[in-house]
Write a protein that binds this ligand. Structure first.
Ligand SMILES: [Zn+2]
Length: 261
């Protein structure tokens, strides 16, 4: 009887953990129950628990488990990323939004906001102007500067519309995600576009996406079809959606510009 089949059988019967590839990787266990016990013959292993990754040791003199700063060195590294797959925002939509912000800036010197919704049935982007309260600070001489804009998400949209982002104006100030924006948008996954320097044509556009409390800066061309010029025609019912709250300027109510928007 040839030994060859026996050798083959022995190779196949070997536990998988003895294969060279497996031996290079530190064991990684999932903690699925309150009580966790490491593999008896492993002095070091990683544990994935609800609150993160842990490095555990079963040493001759102790057992330990500490939060791991990094994963097993045998694994490939991973960088956070965000790949936008949003519906492309038509040129017409962003031009109408900027036209609206421009008119509101002329009327009130205030910020304003619109929502971007995707109509699943029509397969197109719709602009939604929610009822909103824009706050401005006004000095004794009548000079105003914008503080912020707030709105509640509308509850009366058609069932097949899904809101995937918003656009708001910073009036004459730069387009960037302010501290207030970052706080407001922390749990608001999706696209957040800021329009700044509204007196310029084109104005400044700043685009960020938020997911799982992380922000990613996108290039406008990743989500916008383009922009040529703001639209002069603004529906009256859009303008009527903006309520303005005036805070009288005084040294006691003064807020540094950094806290605005
Ligand atoms: Zn803002």
């Amino acid at each position: 009887m040839s030994k060859k089949p026996d050798l083959q059988a022995e190779t196949e019967a070997r536990p998988q953990r003895r294969s060279p590839r497996r031996a290079l990787v530190s064991p990684v266990l999932l903690k699925t129950t309150e009580k966790s016990v490491g593999p008896p013959d492993e002095r070091l292993f990683y544990l994935v628990a609800r609150d993160g990754l842990y490095l555990c040791r079963q040493h001759e003199f102790f057992r330990s488990c500490v939060r791991a700063n990094s994963g097993p060195s045998e694994l490939a590294p991973q960088e956070p990323y965000f790949e936008p797959r949003f519906p492309q925002i038509p040129r017409d939509a962003i031009e109408r939004a900027v036209g609206f912000f421009s008119r509101i800036a002329d009327l009130h010197r205030s910020e304003a906001a619109v929502l971007l919704a995707w109509s699943r049935s029509e397969r197109r982007v719709e602009i939604v102007v929610p009822h909103q309260t824009a706050t401005v600070s006004e000095s004794a001489s009548g000079y105003r500067y914008p503080i912020g804009v707030h709105y509640d998400p509308p509850t009366d949209l058609p069932e097949d519309w899904v809101v995937f982002g918003d656009v708001h104006s910073h009036v004459d100030y730069a387009a960037y995600a302010s501290h207030t924006d970052v706080q407001d948008e922390l749990h608001s996954a999706g696209l957040h576009i800021v329009v700044g320097r509204i007196q310029s044509e084109p104005p400044e556009l700043h685009v960020e996406a938020v997911v799982d409390e992380k922000r990613f800066v996108l290039q406008p061309e990743q989500v916008l079809e383009g922009y040529r010029a703001r639209r002069a025609e603004v529906p009256d019912d859009w303008i009527d959606q903006v309520e303005v709250k005036i805070e009288r300027y005084s040294y006691t109510t003064y807020r540094p510009l950094d806290s605005a928007h």
